[in-house]
Design a protein around this ligand. Structure first.
Ligand code: UD1
Ligand code: PEP
Length: 439
């Protein structure tokens, strides 16, 4: 093992990762950050007590939990990974702007704040992966009769003063995940039926649909790509955050890239079918078990190349990979013998600019076809260097690349990684990765 260094500073300054060891074993994933965020916001919006279980202790989720106090809700932590949310409109207050500006999902809070008549929030933050527009969110609020005002610092929404019960019909130009979540939550708070055309159908949104149904509302996908919401009386509910498909996919890519074999549990394999199909096509046999996936890297691979397309159009197809799988796949692609691979990410247009320069520090050769499209050939021999997790998925891809590199890689920027994962390095360590924390 690499020796731990100590500078007497409390916060870890990074990780040291020594590559070259195939990973082996079994590990369980935490709840999904991107599925937990809509559920936390929904718990604040439904006006009934909610218990949430399997809540991932990642920092973005922790921040949204703190932010929902602004809706008046009381939050009680209950042992390990569980919390109770008790609504109380009488204690609504302004949301903490600095906190809200630090996460993208602060925009999920707006519907719950509108229960008190007004939502005032800064522009969303989160990963610095390019501008995130909100014009579709504003289209939703305006369809409900709300008034939207934007300025340099953020946006204000004033709830419609009319208590209407007529259905709202909205046609989205593309199936935005964020807009689908706010449309559902706005309908819950307004108590109005909603017909949403071209909704997002990702597992994260499906988790919210199921949760609202458990809380006494009628929500269903209709033919012709329409999501229907009918408000019910509402009832207390207990929701379990689904296992993190992105964390599971990252661990599977790490097993594959290091030539290892192992099992990742705590995730619904159907949430990650496009990734599993791709890994299978690449030549990594996958076995699906009740609550997880096994992967075994064969001694020689005979599979195909990766063509990963996260354009806005890809959001319409359940067969397409979630954009957040691409960074770990780029790290895996660098190890695949005799193949050329293409990656497109228009959903996070700044992500390649974060990730590729860091991979180049490890010696990777990657051609940028455009700012959102790149090509690379495998296999490449990487060598340890100092790198930084500029965003969440850059961090997880760099961990995989470091595990395949010769020598030691020092990874800084752990706060980014912790925004999305309670402890990804700990899970890799449980699979035998040579990783230590540098303090
Ligand atoms: C907190 C969270 O769960 N983030 C995820 C969410 O992001 P996010 O909620 O931003 O994803 P959306 O599906 O809503 O947006 C997709 C694209 O459309 C753009 N857009 C969206 C709404 C709008 O009004 N205007 C606009 O331009 C966004 O900037 C983005 O480029 O889904 C993405 C995949 O879809 C994932 O990569 C992100 O990790
Ligand atoms: C981009 C991501 O999250 P966010 O949209 O919250 O920044 C992510 O989860 O990788």
């Amino acid at each position: 093992m690499i020796q731990q260094t100590s500078t007497g500073v409390d916060l870890p300054r990074g990780l040291a990762v020594r590559g070259g060891r195939p990973l082996r074993g079994t590990v369980a994933v935490d709840g999904s950050k991107n599925a937990a965020l809509p559920l936390v916001a929904a718990a604040a919006a439904i006006g009934r007590p909610v218990t949430l279980t399997n809540v991932p202790m990642s920092s973005d989720v922790g921040k949204l939990v703190r932010l929902i106090h602004a809706t008046g809700a009381r939050v009680v932590l209950d042992g390990h990974k569980a919390l109770h949310v008790i609504p109380d409109l009488d204690h609504a207050a302004e949301a903490d702007r600095a906190l809200a500006a630090s996460i993208r999902a602060s925009y999920y809070l707006a519907p719950a704040l509108l229960a008190s008549g007004r939502a005032e929030l800064p522009w969303p933050g989160g990963c610095n992966v390019g501008d995130r527009g909100m014009e579709l969110h504003f289209m939703v609020y305006e369809a409900f009769g709300d008034r939207v005002h934007t300025c340099e610092a953020g946006y204000q929404i004033t709830a419609s003063p009319l208590q209407r019960r007529t259905p709202v019909e909205i046609k989205l130009p593309f199936p935005s995940r964020g807009t689908t979540v706010v449309a559902l939550l706005r309908a819950v708070v307004a108590g109005r039926p909603l017909l949403l055309h071209r909704p997002n159908t990702s597992p994260e949104v499906a988790g919210l649909v199921k949760a609202l149904a458990q809380a006494g509302h009628e929500v269903s996908y209709l033919p012709d790509d329409v999501l229907s919401f009918q408000p019910g009386n509402g009832c207390p509910a207990t929701w379990c955050v689904p296992g993190d498909k992105i964390e599971a996919g990252t661990l599977l890519c790490a097993l594959a890239a290091t030539g290892g074999h192992g099992r990742v549990s705590g995730v619904n394999p159907t949430h990650m079918s496009p990734l599993l199909d791709l890994l299978d096509d690449l030549g990594f046999p996958i076995t699906i078990t009740n609550d997880g996936v096994e992967l075994s890297a064969p001694p020689t691979l005979t599979g195909t190349s990766i063509y990963a397309d996260a354009s806005l159009n890809s959001l319409s197809s359940p067969e397409c990979l979630d954009a957040d799988f691409e960074p770990p796949l780029i790290a895996l692609a660098l190890t695949l013998a005799g193949r050329s691979h293409t990656f497109i990410d228009e959903i996070n247009p700044g992500r390649h600019a974060n990730l590729l320069p860091q991979l180049r520090r490890l010696g990777a050769v990657i051609t940028e076809v455009s700012s959102t499209s790149c090509e690379l050939n495998g296999p490449q021999r990487l060598a340890g260097a100092s790198v930084e997790a500029i965003d969440i998925r850059t961090g997880s891809a760099l961990l995989i690349a470091a595990l395949t590199a010769a020598g030691t890689t020092e990874l800084a920027g752990l706060t980014q990684l912790q925004r999305g994962h309670a402890d990804l390095p700990g899970k890799l360590h449980a699979l035998g990765a040579d990783i230590i924390t540098l303090v």
